[in-house]
Design a protein around this ligand. Structure first.
Ligand SMILES: [Ca+2]
Length: 165
């Protein structure tokens, strides 16, 4: 549908591309997301997008992968049931999620969810977080538990969710 999104490629507030489509500039139309490595999955009561990409991506790039899906960002994971549901999805070698150690908003080592979810639940792997490389401010979910890792590490797995669902 042409003219449905803004010149910068983002959808207008009143219009959303169909699930699995993104707004594409400069014609401002919706078309299927180029990377078919992403799939929409139901995780407990939430809708998530799980990607097993063809090439490794940094945390920053993974954020953009999620933002290509209207309304989505890197995922929050809120319950053990969600962790279990996600454990065998995505990429075997790790999946970026939206949990970050941001010294600007909390003490070092205090991770926060990018979508504002209260950090009441965690699923750290044994011995994590350990800030091993003196700056492990991003988090990868791998085989059902979480590791803090440097944000410039590259992973093929990306998990996205919406803040309100
Ligand atoms: Ca670590």
């Amino acid at each position: 549908m042409e003219g449905s999104c803004n010149a910068n490629g983002t959808c207008q507030r009143s219009f959303k591309c169909a699930q699995g489509e993104v707004c594409v500039a400069p014609d401002n139309h919706c078309e299927p997301v180029a990377n078919s490595a992403c799939q929409v999955v139901q995780v407990e009561l939430r809708t998530m997008v799980v990607c097993d990409l063809d090439s490794p991506q940094s945390f920053q790039q993974a954020t953009q992968v999620c933002q290509a899906w209207e309304g989505f960002g890197l995922a929050s994971v809120r319950t053990a049931a969600e962790v279990n549901a996600l454990a065998n999805l995505g990429d075997w070698f790790g999946n970026w999620i939206g949990y970050v150690d941001n010294p600007m908003v909390s003490a070092p080592g205090s991770f926060v969810w990018m979508d504002g979810t209260a950090p009441a639940f965690n699923a750290w792997c044994i011995g994590q977080p350990n800030n091993l490389f003196a700056g492990e401010n991003c988090v990868v979910m791998d085989d059902g538990c979480w590791h803090d890792v440097p944000c410039d590490w590259e992973k093929e797995g990306v998990i996205c969710s919406r803040p309100d669902a």
